[in-house]
Ligand binder design. Structure first.
Ligand code: ZN
Ligand code: ZN
Ligand code: ZN
Length: 365
């Protein structure tokens, strides 16, 4: 599923970052850090999978013997050490990494494994692998941007199809299932989520999909995405069943202007929080500031939410290769919600828009 990147070069780069950070061994289990360095993603089960990367030695992937056939061998990058059902993987990892003064553990590793590792490695100081891994993952190379673009283009085709879909009389859940099916038909390997918030449900930004029947006069927020060769898509468009009344049309005009302004603000060296300030200012000025209750965006890559976050307080300068969402929204409790979300990449001189489907309020029947 994951592309054939040069994982040995990535591990080499991680070693250099570890030396800078004073980390002797990197321990990666669940989450995206492991596939970033190995091309292998561990299932979230009680059986431990862990990549052990010493700063000055061979990397070893400890994997349950029954899952070893899932691993694409990459002998230049790491050795595979399958462990049998009667072996204790924590003891094996501790045996391999126990001499380390400082071990950096991936944030998504289960706390249960950390507690047992701490018991078996009493002389080791444990720290987070995130500083080392984020520094590598936050800037995408052109091949990674290419996978994110393919994923975004597939969601753009789904938006076009949704514009021709009947909404009235169907439940949110039915429509959500249809969106997921479309994502797969358009080439995603996995349809991860399809939130459909109709009428008052649209005012809950992370609404899932309920048995509410969509009716004439509803605004419908559809936020969906999946994975394409491991890379995530995430887009939102707002639909309206029939012509929108003035309050909806006016709020949408402000939202659209805010999202346009956010995209226009993206360029290398611009602080991440500046993009948030720009969208928020447009929505504030139009009088809806109180109803824009979340940050403007989040980084995206192997994870749907990752660094950098476009939020007040994050002064990190944007750099070429950073990829993130721009997704202002307006949510009037009990009435309606609306959001426009696109994935963009920072290019050498500005913005590379990975999503480019129609951003207007889509009128459907
Ligand atoms: Zn979200
Ligand atoms: Zn989204
Ligand atoms: Zn998002």
């Amino acid at each position: 599923m994951f592309p054939d990147f040069d994982y040995s070069a990535r591990i080499e780069k991680a070693r250099a970052a570890m030396v800078d950070a004073g980390v002797d061994v990197l321990l990666l289990s669940l989450g995206a850090d492991l596939p970033y360095l190995s091309g292998y993603e561990a299932p979230a089960t009680e059986r431990l999978t862990m990549l052990v990367v010493p700063s000055d030695g061979e990397a070893t992937l400890f994997v349950p013997v029954l899952e070893a056939p899932r691993v694409v061998p990459r002998g230049d990058a790491f050795t595979i050490r399958p462990w049998a059902e009667t072996e204790d993987p924590v003891t094996l990892v501790a045996g391999s990494a126990g001499a380390a003064a400082t071990a950096a553990l991936g944030d998504r590793a289960w706390a249960g494994f950390l507690l047992r590792l701490q018991e078996q490695m009493p002389a080791t100081r444990f720290t987070s692998a995130t500083p080392v891994m984020t520094e590598m993952r936050i800037r995408k190379d052109p091949a990674e941007v290419g996978f994110l673009r393919s994923a975004a283009e597939a969601t753009d085709r789904v938006v076009v199809r949704l514009g021709e879909t009947r909404f009235a009389g169907r439940t949110e859940r039915e429509l959500s299932a249809e969106v997921r099916a479309m994502c797969l038909e358009e080439g995603h390997d996995e349809a991860t989520f399809a939130s459909v918030g109709s009428g008052p449900n649209g005012a809950s930004p992370h609404h899932d999909a309920s048995d509410r029947v969509i009716e004439e006069g509803d605004a419908v927020v559809i936020d969906f995405g999946g994975r394409w060769r491991g890379y995530c898509s995430d887009t939102t468009r707002t639909f309206h069943v029939g012509e929108p009344p003035a309050p909806v049309a006016e709020a949408y005009e402000a939202l659209r202007a805010a999202q346009d302004a956010g995209r226009a603000a993206v360029a290398p060296r611009v602080p991440a929080q500046e993009v948030d300030r720009v969208t928020r200012k447009v929505i504030d000025t139009a009088g809806y500031g109180e109803w824009f209750i979340h940050r403007t965006g989040h980084g995206i890559g192997l994870e749907v939410h990752e660094h950098p976050y476009l939020v007040e307080g994050n002064s990190m300068p944007l750099e070429e290769g950073m990829t993130f969402s721009i997704e202002p929204g307006i949510y009037l409790p009990g009435e309606f919600g609306m959001r426009i979300e696109d994935i963009v990449a920072v290019s050498g001189n500005g913005i590379d828009e990975l999503n480019d489907s129609d951003r207007s309020l889509h009128i459907v029947s």
